[in-house]
Design a protein around this ligand. Sequence first.
Ligand code: SF4
Length: 325
Amino acid sequence: MKELWLKQLSNNINNNIDLIKITEIKKKDHHQFLYKKKNIFFKVKIPVIFIKKIEKKNSKDPILLQFIFNRKELIQYKKYNKNPLNEKFIIPGMIHKYKNRILILLTGICAVHCRYCFRKNTKQVNSITICNWNKIINYIKKNFEINEIIFSGGDPLVLNDNKINFFINDINKISHIKILRIHTRIVCILPQRISKNLLKIFSKCKFHIVIVTHINHPNEISDELSEKIHFLKTMGITVLNQSVLLKNINDNHKILIKLSNNLFDIGIIPYYLHLLDKIEGSKHFYVSENKAKIIMKKILLSLSGFLVPKLTKDIYGGKNKKFIF
Ligand code: SF4
């Protein structure tokens, strides 16, 4: 029988017209969201169950704005391009920027399509091929400096349990790997993804697991998520969160303070707050570095240091992140 999270994943909305209908956006607000099909290559995607978190009739809802196509995406700007980080792959699907860790894009698929995603051009890619996976494993085996592997994507946890189990089993055999980090958005979108079977797979790992969620606004947090994070914590898994600073969504110290407090309440430590990566079609989400610093100063006055995420920025072609605050 199909697991609940898989059913939820396949029941999604994939165009603005239906999203406008289901969220009952008023006619006077429609114009900004209308488009011709041929103009949009990064399809709208949001599971119906997650749409329930959007306030009806509110065209400015902070969850809606992250996933609904906006006509502003069609405007071209200098400095906004298709690969804002200029990511280089040593083996298809693998990036090795830092000495101790490698990043593996297991899949290009996600549960949602975040309109600001800097990897939106990799979304056509399905799972990593076995041939490339074997090359990656051999690369890791020979490189003793690598002690951490990062599963990213897309969203690695959209892959089914058999695939996750297969990848984890191979890593389990490499004794110099101490940490597996999993970057995922689906945990917040469909908390049911943290199924009993997935927890069983995690329990077999010889290394420490760190899950990094991607949550931008307090409205994304649910009781269901809280329950699943509790299970992860009980198993000794570290759970961190990264957010992207987004105009008209979370570019306000009060929202970010609430986000940090609410994350901590359910057992998640705020980790990074990223400045937007300048992928084409995302300028309307951009918050300047100066404004970000002002927000951070206000946050510091109201939160204990361990609840303040690090403000970071990725540089085009850069070796590492730049810490701004
Ligand atoms: S979940 Fe992550 S990878 Fe997928 S569209 Fe959103 S930001 Fe991009």
